[in-house]
Design a binder for this molecule. Sequence first.
Ligand code: O7M
Length: 249
Amino acid sequence: MSFSERIWKTAEANKSRTVLALDLEEHDPKQLAIKSEELLQKVGKHICAVKINRQLAMSLGMRGGLDRVVDLAHELALPAIMDAKLNDVGHTNEFMARSFFDIGFDAIIASPVAGWENGLDSVFAQANSRGRAVILLVYMSNPGAEAFYSIVGAHGRETPRPVFELLTEMAIQWKAQGVVVGATKPEVISRVRELVGPGMGIYSPGVGAQGGDPGKALRAGSTYLIIGRAIYGAPEPERAAMEFQGLVS
Ligand code: O7M
């Protein structure tokens, strides 16, 4: 079963489109591991996947730390997505992808801005040979994102298009298993949905703390919502996760 099929299966089983952004801030690695595990145990039934940032990887360490969080996600039947935002030359991207796949991650997030040749080619090769997935960042959720992602440009004689459309076309061509588009940009989500068709997962961060409207994002075409502070920062994370679950049931 592909990553896209697995996350969809969990979304259906848990009646949830929420990818939990596990961005806990805690410098003591032991405390961080305990808090991460407690949170996952609490909200696991109400989400469809967990996304982990570099900050958690940095604090927990790969072995004996991050790998245990990934194992726990899998015990709870949740796919684990590594938000590495890879954006370098081929050999270092490859090392990062291999290291995260080695400890069990099901998918990795990269920035298509690095391009294919000696950029993301090695990441897709790693993912494809191991039955894992690559998700590409197409439009960020923060207000400053417009300065780059909305620039209109073209290669050679092609018709000029906004950068995010060019990045979406790369995602289609390279057979990414998902794209990230900020929930703060419903009009961009609609356009990306038109371009990718019904089959590709659109992952939208930026709801709650960043002001995006989850209902609008889903109606515009997002498949999944990436949610952090509005869940782990809530007085009762489980209740908060259940409220987001209510958007789709
Ligand atoms: O819900 P929040 O605002 O507490 O957290 C949002 C999460 O989504 C956090 O983990 C960010 O790193 C991530 N994110 C954005 O907030 N905006 C983006 O444009 C992209 C991401 C992301 O997940 O990129 C892959």
